[in-house]
Design a protein around this ligand. Structure first.
Ligand code: FES
Ligand code: FES
Length: 134
């Protein structure tokens, strides 16, 4: 772009070396899948978690079709949630992600995508487990 703006080093780092890119089998009962889109720009993020029987997240991965900030946000979230319980993971706020990456205000919706995606992944897991028990 003509108006190149310097990205914070954490964004560049996560953009160039995104952690945990990939996908899990979404039919697996220990996997939760969150697929969300940003109406503002049309970008899409898929974030998945793998969970033990007690709801502790043992692994996480993502695929993001979006800007550098969206890729960096999903990469950060997959790092943060590993080792967390799902009840803790859903409390991650987009402003924590934005602060960590030093995102400018126009890029806040990119970190919102990651907050929405982790919540959606936990919802999906709970729904699947409830259905399996029914
Ligand atoms: Fe990667 Fe913070 S720079 S989680
Ligand atoms: Fe759309 Fe970043 S510009 S997710």
């Amino acid at each position: 772009a003509a108006t190149a703006r310097a990205y914070h080093k954490n964004v560049v780092d996560h953009f160039e070396k995104p952690r945990n890119v990939g996908s899990f089998d979404k039919k697996d009962l220990n996997v939760g899948t969150g697929l969300v889109g940003a109406p503002a720009c049309g970008d899409v993020m898929k974030l998945q978690i793998k969970v033990d029987d007690d709801g502790n997240i043992v692994d996480s991965c993502f695929k993001t079709f979006g800007c550098g900030s969206a890729i960096a946000s999903s990469s950060v979230v997959t790092e943060w949630v590993k080792g967390q319980h799902i009840d803790q993971a859903v409390t991650i706020k987009n402003n924590e992600i934005a602060k960590h990456l030093n995102l400018p205000p126009v890029k806040l919706h990119c970190s919102m995508l990651a907050e929405d995606a982790i919540k959606a992944a936990v919802d999906d897991l709970k729904k699947k487990r409830a259905e399996a028990k029914a």
